[in-house]
Design a protein around this ligand. Structure first.
Ligand SMILES: CC(C)(COP(=O)(O)OP(=O)(O)OC[C@H]1O[C@@H](n2cnc3c(N)ncnc32)[C@H](O)[C@@H]1OP(=O)(O)O)[C@@H](O)C(=O)NCCC(=O)NCCS
Length: 182
């Protein structure tokens, strides 16, 4: 119902069960682009799969856990950002993102992640926000850097994909680092 402007022609809004058809159509445009880089459960093949993802996030949100937000560019759903994990008791969360090709190169994900980080640190009082990505996902690690995150380590050969195992980078930013940003 409500959305937040990211640019004149782009907005961020909760991605919910009623978006299932729009989300499935978006995944048709995004699927092969995101498949190597995101968790396999997110790359569904049909409307039922898209609906399951939206339901799963709705259930997590109801338990004050994960949350899912879409990014619309010129009225088309082009990707989104999420709290993959959100643990208020532990004071920690993990943020994730994805875009179809038409959404890349506009700064939309970095801007959307800033909104999530501000909510997590300022409104919810969390202490840590993490970012996990394949070590060879340069566009993703560039977002973590733009957000002011620090690379804390590498889980070696953690990520199986297409018969190989890839290193996974762990990035994070702390609340006081977020509040002290220029
Ligand atoms: C990771 C991913 C979301 C990054 O997308 P992205 O568009 O590079 O990231 P941003 O939205 O932050 O945009 C930054 C780009 O927009 C450009 N840009 C254009 N206008 C801009 C503006 N007004 N403000 C800021 N940046 C702008 C930046 O220069 C930068 O492009 P460059 O890297 O070519 O210099 C995308 O590549 C993707 O979905 N990949 C596949 C799935 C994936 O990897 N998900 C993450 C799993 S960990």
């Amino acid at each position: 119902m409500f959305s937040l402007p990211l640019r004149d022609n782009a907005r961020l809004a909760p991605l919910e069960a009623w978006h299932a058809e729009e989300f499935a159509a978006h995944l048709d445009r995004a699927r092969e682009h995101i498949r190597p880089w995101v968790g396999p459960a997110f790359v569904t093949d049909d409307l039922d799969g898209a609906r399951d993802t939206l339901r799963r996030y709705a259930e997590r949100q109801a338990a004050d856990g994960g949350r899912l937000y879409g990014i619309w560019l010129d009225g088309t759903l082009v990707g989104g950002v999420m709290f993959v994990d959100f643990d208020a008791a532990l004071g920690s969360c993990e943020i994730g993102c994805w875009l179809e090709p038409a959404g890349e190169g506009h700064g939309l994900v970095t801007e959307a992640c800033r909104t999530l980080l501000d909510w997590a640190f300022t409104t919810r009082g969390l202490h840590r926000a993490e970012w996990h990505c394949r070590a060879d996902n340069e566009r993703s690690s560039a977002v973590a850097k733009r957000l002011g995150m620090t690379q804390e380590g590498v889980r070696r050969e953690f990520w199986p994909y297409d018969g190989a195992r890839h290193d996974k980078q762990m990035w994070a930013i702390l609340a006081h680092e977020w509040q002290a940003r220029p």
